[in-house]
Design a protein around this ligand. Structure first.
Ligand code: NAD
Length: 258
């Protein structure tokens, strides 16, 4: 990785393990694990639907079967996927930086699979099911073992009979207040903020970089699309699974030289 002055500045800050680091990840960090982002052209059946329609309570009310099938299909993709080098570097950094806060918009659980713990999954998790009416928890294990998209019927709550839905935060729904409190605290104390693989259009996460910057943090965006650079101090153009290992290697060199 070529070290321009911005990158040098970042490495110098990261050299200190006490640095208060906040990392925000989005769908792009899982792209190289084979999980489509919302901005990919889409695949098969789903290419014809707007994800916002599939990821909203209104869309679910209109067509619970379609939405349930979409999430079952996405979860099957996640279950078959592996965490990539980008997730792995962040799991190592959680050891290196005791004051690091990892916030993800992803619902795929791949950070956990890479070995990260204490992740703020601000948009919930696709691995959880709860009922639409009253929030009773269910389990994907209740699906028939040999389901196909053709024969898949949405599950019903065993307690109240309402439809089961994934435990994710849909468009128009609120992020858990405990998550927002933790994120607010982390941003208020943040020294380095990294936004990785996020288009920066979905709020409230889209506002975190500006907030971190306002609080005096050095802000960095990692993304192959220059449109995502926003008001960051440093833009590292490239795929997360390539840029993060490059940054990690450069950091090792920097640490070993001092
Ligand atoms: P997004 O689809 O809006 O944007 C993805 C971003 O990732 C884009 O800016 C794109 O340029 C970038 N990108 C693509 N490939 C990349 C790579 N290899 N490395 C780094 N960046 C790459 O996704 P978002 O910003 O996360 O926000 C939209 C919503 O999508 C979120 O609410 C999230 O919950 C949801 N979502 C989650 C998943 C998942 O869990 N994996 C997948 C799709 C969407």
């Amino acid at each position: 990785m070529s070290l321009d002055s911005g990158c040098d500045n970042l490495l110098e800050r990261l050299r200190d393990p006490a640095t208060k680091l906040v990392v925000l990840t989005g769908a792009g960090i899982s792209a190289e694990s084979g999980i489509p982002t919302f901005r990919d052209p889409g695949e098969g059946l789903w290419a014809q639907y707007d994800p916002q329609e599939l990821a909203s309570a209104e869309g679910f009310r209109k067509n619970p079967k379609l939405v349930f099938q979409w999430y079952a299909w996405r979860r099957a993709k996640v279950m078959a996927a592996q965490a990539n080098q980008g997730h792995m570097v962040l799991a190592r950094w959680a050891q290196r930086f005791p004051a690091m806060t990892l916030v993800t918009q992803n619902v795929d659980g791949l950070h956990t699979r890479a070995g990260s713990s204490q992740i703020i999954e601000m948009h919930g998790s696709i691995h959880i099911l709860r009922c639409f009416d009253r929030g009773h928890e269910g389990s994907w294990d209740d699906l028939p073992s040999q389901w196909t998209l053709e024969n898949l019927e949405p599950l019903r709550c065993q307690i109240c009979g309402s439809w089961m839905r994934p435990g994710v935060v849909w468009f128009g729904e609120s992020i858990a207040s405990s998550d927002m409190e933790q994120i607010g605290e982390a941003l208020a104390n943040c020294e380095v903020f990294l936004a990785i693989g996020t288009s920066g259009v979905v709020y409230p996460a889209a506002g975190f970089l500006a907030e971190a910057r306002r609080q005096g943090a050095f802000t960095v965006v990692i993304n192959p699309d220059s449109a995502a650079r926003g008001t960051s101090h440093l833009f590292l153009k490239g795929k997360a699974a390539e840029v993060l290992p490059g940054l990690d290697a450069a950091l090792e060199v920097r640490i070993s030289k001092k």
